[in-house]
Every structure is written in structure tokens, then in C-alpha cells.
Design a protein around this ligand. Structure first.
Ligand SMILES: O=C(O)CCC(=O)C(=O)O
Length: 288
């Protein structure tokens, strides 16, 4: 089968047409998908009526999958490779823990020592309008900084915490989340291991730079975030049911907008491809 690519925005993203993921992707198609992944950062496969097992099997073509030990509350009980991003109420009727997942600019698992290589998010049910996701091209974000600013950020580490917006977790789970995920320092600029390009690695989970106080760090964090997420560098995805969206966490950041009526169902399932080891447990004194 010959696949076709259709760019989704100036900055990043392409739709892959001509692939039915209910069948095993041939090696030739997979090589084409992989090279498009490296080139476009985000790939969209529409109309994929795949099972959970097919979702997991296709994801494994990209590498080892995370079993989501860092986010135990959100993973599926029988498939630890699947993370639920859902507003479906829990069995006891209480609200889902993951209904606000992703509502901060971030790159997946940046707060761990094995940040994600890629993520594959499958839309099972989406609201009739809204519930969009934004993606920013972090190569462009780095490359459009002045040389002097590039020199400054090249030398910094950002301290990432496993914080979530409006999570509404119990005190017990908040404490458990902090215990499982102590703050981690990651380079603010990372070299993509497959393209050799430098990308900015910054998001709203960065609380300060290593060796600097939060007050000293905040203006630069805010500037970098504003710069990286300017509209010219962003693609906005409007979901349809049976979309499978794949993104490269090493050169993109994303944000779930939460722009939908919560009375409508929004249920997505994600696999996470493990990336190379990166960062170190942060020196806590630097965020005191
Ligand atoms: O729900 C979304 O649109 C994105 C979810 C997200 O940010 C994630 O899975 O990391």
C-alpha cells in the first residue's frame, strides 16, 4: 500500500492517508511512517477502528512501551500500556482523575528519568465541538532564539514536577504522586537522538532552573513558554472519533485545551513509547 502525506499546518504535523491499522503495517509502510514522524513531529491517522491490542501492537513498532508506573491511577487495569484520558466517571460515580489530563503545556513523562519518545493517543469518543489539542514545534522554538539566548538556555536544567492542573486528587494520592515522582532536572535544550537537531525542552511543569530560585527563574520560563507556543509554531488538532494521533515528545510540546462541554463524553486512550534516559533527580534545595 502506498501512503500519502498531507501537511496539517506550517509548523508541524501531517496526516497519513492510505494506511489501515487493523492490518499489520508492512515494513515498507512503517519505514515511510517513521521517516514522516521524524520530519513532521505529529502524525494523524483518521478513521482507525482498531482494538486496544492493535493500538498497542502498532505502538510497539516505535519502541518499548511504558507501563505507566509513574501514573498508576490512570492506567487501564488489564493493559498497563494504556493510559486513560477520560471524563467517564469512576465505578463509584466520582469524577475521573484524568478529566483534566494535559491541560498544561508539557512533553510526556518529562518529570521522570525516562521521558517519552512518542505517544499514540486514540480517540474513542469526542465531544461534538471542542476538546482540541495544541502542539508546538520545539525545534522552531529553539532555532528562532537569538544566539545569545541559545547560549544561555544551552547551559540550563529545568526542574520538572509531576503537577497537574485541577487534578482534584485526594491528599493521599497527591502525596503518592510526589513520592513516586520526585522532582527531576532535565536539560532545557535536548539534542534529538535521531535527527541531531536541538529542541527546547520546556513546559508548565518546570518550576525553576537548577541552581536558581523560582523568582529568578520565572521570567525566563514564562518568556520561553510564550515564545515556544506562539501561534506560528503551533498546530491545533480537532478530534474525530477513531483518530489516532502520534507525536514526538522529543521535539514537540502539547496542551489539551479543555474547550468543551463536560456533559459530553471525551474518552481517549494513550500508549507511551519510552525514550532514552535523561536528567537526574533534582537537588531539592534549588526549589526551596
Ligand atoms: O487529551 C488531550 O487532548 C491530550 C492529553 C495529553 O496531554 C496527554 O496524553 O499527554
Amino acid at each position: 500500500m502506498t501512503i500519502e502525506l498531507r501537511p496539517l499546518s506550517y509548523a508541524l504535523g501531517a496526516e497519513v492517508r492510505g494506511l489501515d491499522l487493523t492490518n499489520r503495517c508492512s515494513d515498507a509502510d512503517w519505514r515511510a511512517v517513521h521517516s514522516a514522524f521524524l520530519k513532521h513531529g505529529v502524525l494523524l491517522f483518521r478513521g482507525q477502528k482498531i482494538t486496544r491490542e492493535q493500538h498497542i501492537a502498532f505502538s510497539r513498532r516505535f519502541g518499548e512501551l511504558d507501563s505507566h508506573e509513574s501514573l498508576p491511577l490512570d492506567r487501564d487495569r488489564t493493559h498497563p500500556e494504556l493510559l486513560m484520558v477520560t471524563n467517564d466517571a469512576k465505578e463509584d460515580g466520582s469524577p475521573s482523575n484524568s478529566r483534566y489530563t494535559g491541560q498544561m503545556w508539557h512533553s510526556d513523562l518529562s518529570f521522570t528519568l525516562a521521558p517519552a519518545l512518542g505517544s499514540l493517543l486514540r480517540a474513542v469518543a469526542v465531544p461534538p465541538v471542542g476538546g482540541d489539542t495544541l502542539f508546538a514545534n520545539m525545534y522552531l522554538a529553539y532555532e528562532t532564539l537569538s544566539q545569545r539566548m541559545q547560549g544561555i538556555v544551552d547551559d540550563l536544567h529545568g526542574i520538572h514536577v509531576p503537577e497537574r492542573k485541577n487534578a482534584g486528587l485526594s491528599a493521599h494520592w497527591e502525596a503518592e504522586n510526589r513520592r513516586l515522582n520526585p522532582p527531576v532536572a532535565q536539560p532545557v535544550v535536548r539534542v534529538h537522538p535521531e535527527t541531531d537537531r536541538k529542541a527546547l525542552y520546556i513546559g508548565e511543569k518546570v518550576k525553576c532552573f537548577e541552581g536558581m530560585t523560582p523568582e529568578e527563574s520565572r521570567p525566563l520560563i514564562e518568556f520561553l513558554l510564550r515564545h515556544a507556543t506562539r501561534p506560528q509554531f503551533v498546530f491545533r488538532h480537532q478530534w474525530q472519533a477513531d483518530d489516532l494521533l502520534l507525536w514526538d515528545n522529543r521535539c514537540t510540546a502539547h496542551l489539551a485545551l479543555g474547550d468543551y462541554d463536560p456533559r459530553h463524553r471525551r474518552h481517549l486512550e494513550r500508549t507511551t513509547v519510552l525514550g532514552a534516559a535523561s536528567g537526574h533527580v533534582a537537588n531539592l534545595e534549588s526549589i526551596a
